[in-house]
Design a protein around this ligand. Structure first.
Ligand SMILES: [Zn+2]
Length: 401
């Protein structure tokens, strides 16, 4: 496959803002990130391309568009990160701790986080809602282009507009991705993995995705973009018509000291038969424990996940879970013995496992609860649904409530 030249990254090395355009008319704010991982330049290249087109156009823009570069030092070195993974340090406690240190005491990525965090804060202060955040990535293996989201209904509804598969609930397995931080504030946030690192296809898919997101966020009218159908068709073809929602059922975790080697030939979304040999991990052969679908197999040195396994979520479960959330079924749950709200904003549910052990993890997933923290007898469940700022998006054409 053709390798891309990262001409914009060489040329405009130290520029954080790829582009910033505001229309005359007030409207939504779309914030697009590329290169949060330094070995994933496709997002930056695609954003440069689209902003060039936008600047020279007479398209009517409503609201504002921002293109922001992620990990600049790592992009220059073409490495995922230099000191720590910039997409794993966005926890509230982590951000507070970073804020207390000065520039010299911080790692490369902690300084990058500080700058980006400041930018996001300024955007909230100066730009008008509704806010949309999109983060562009690529993967080390070949893959269909796909979306990852935290499972709030506003994210599902926005994500389903794009003709690509959607993965729910990856945040349950990852500590501190940037989009989870933005999601906890209640805004629509979508990750788009456009293809394999450094490939032409990954750039083309991202360009199409950017044009579609300009339309779907309400910033540019569909009629104004003559290539709208072409972008939609090409993205759909790249995803082989797959618009299925999947959930993650297994993560194969690895550490820096591990010797992990994925066997060659696996692509994301490949169906695997039970027993197939997938990888070598510290001399041990890892096989599929059942018929399954592989997701994000690791073919690079840096990373904390060897691979994931996923399964399709049936449509009736998607609909049923949306229904349960709309009627706020968890309010009823909280009146049962062993279950209570753990804070006044009702974003966290405390479950006493001794009393309420009959409730399973998939059941809480239906209600939008994802992250879990367990002590001896208690489970704390975080609800992205209760944190979501649904009211902010109620006039969007895609909003369904
Ligand atoms: Zn990435």
């Amino acid at each position: 496959m053709a390798k891309i030249e990262t001409k914009f990254i060489e040329k405009k090395k130290n520029e954080r803002i790829i582009g910033q355009i505001s229309g005359k008319e007030k409207g939504p704010t779309l914030v697009l990130f590329g290169g949060i991982h330094g070995n994933e330049p496709s997002g930056v290249e695609a954003l440069e391309h689209v902003f060039e087109k936008l600047k020279g156009s007479d398209l009517k823009i409503r609201g504002s568009i921002f293109g922001i570069k992620g990990n600049i030092p790592a992009l220059i070195e073409k490495k995922r990160f230099l000191d720590n993974d910039l997409n794993r340090i966005w926890t509230h406690s982590g951000i507070d701790a970073i804020g207390r240190r000065n520039r010299k005491e911080r790692s490369v990525e902690e300084n990058e986080l500080t700058t980006i965090h400041q930018l996001i804060t300024e955007i909230f202060e100066t730009q008008s809602p509704p806010y949309y955040f999109i983060d562009f990535h690529t993967t080390s293996s070949p893959t269909l282009p796909f979306i990852t989201i935290n499972d709030a209904l506003i994210n599902r509804e926005f994500a389903r507009l794009f003709p690509v598969p959607v993965i729910l609930g990856i945040e349950e397995y990852l500590e501190g991705p940037m989009l989870s931080y933005i999601n906890e504030k209640g805004y629509v946030a979508v990750g788009f993995e456009s293809g394999q690192h450094f490939t032409e296809d990954a750039v083309t898919n991202t360009i199409s995705f950017i044009w579609l997101s300009l339309i779907y966020s309400g910033i540019i009218d569909k009629e104004q973009i003559p290539d709208y159908k072409k972008h939609h068709k090409e993205l759909s073809a790249a995803a082989k018509g797959n618009t299925i929602f999947y959930e993650i059922i297994h993560r194969h975790r690895i550490t820096d000291s591990d010797n992990f080697k994925m066997f060659p030939g696996f692509s994301s979304f490949d169906k695997l038969p039970k027993g197939i040999a997938m990888a070598n991990h510290n001399g041990e052969k890892i096989t599929a424990y059942k018929d399954t679908i592989v997701f994000m197999p690791l073919y690079q040195v840096q990373g904390e996940e060897g691979f994931f396994l996923i399964r399709r979520i049936p449509q009736w479960i998607l609909s049923f879970s949306a229904f349960l959330r709309r009627i706020k079924f968890d309010s009823f749950l909280a009146s049962l013995p062993g279950i209570s709200w753990s804070n006044s904003s009702r974003e966290k549910l405390m479950v006493n496992l001794k009393v309420a052990r009959f409730f399973s993890k998939p059941f809480f997933h239906l209600l939008g609860y994802r992250n879990r923290m367990v002590d001896q007898t208690h489970l704390i469940l975080y609800n992205r649904e209760r944190a979501a700022k649904n009211e902010m998006y109620k006039d969007a054409f895609w909003y369904n409530n």
